[in-house]
Design a protein. Sequence first.
Length: 106
Amino acid sequence: MPLSTPGLEALSVLFAGFLVWLSALIQHFSNILERGARYVMSDRSVAPAVQGFFGRATRTLSNNIESALMYAPAVLVLILLERTNALTALAAMAYIGARGVFSIAY
């Protein structure tokens, strides 16, 4: 596949969405493990302490949401306007790599 097709750019947008979903899943299960299913099923009127692994998972989720909301619209516009090229493909690969490493490292 040549680098000028919108494949990598579209894949990077899907990856951004997948990271948000995965981050939310990890944050949710860490909340269950730390506080129990009873807390998760409650009205949660008392906010949980944002510390430890749950805190890091919460911050990772927030950061992935912010990143996806800034990145995806711009890339989707490039795809719709058919303005993708080798540079946008390189940027998409950099985004995928950087966000993947961030999410694992954080």
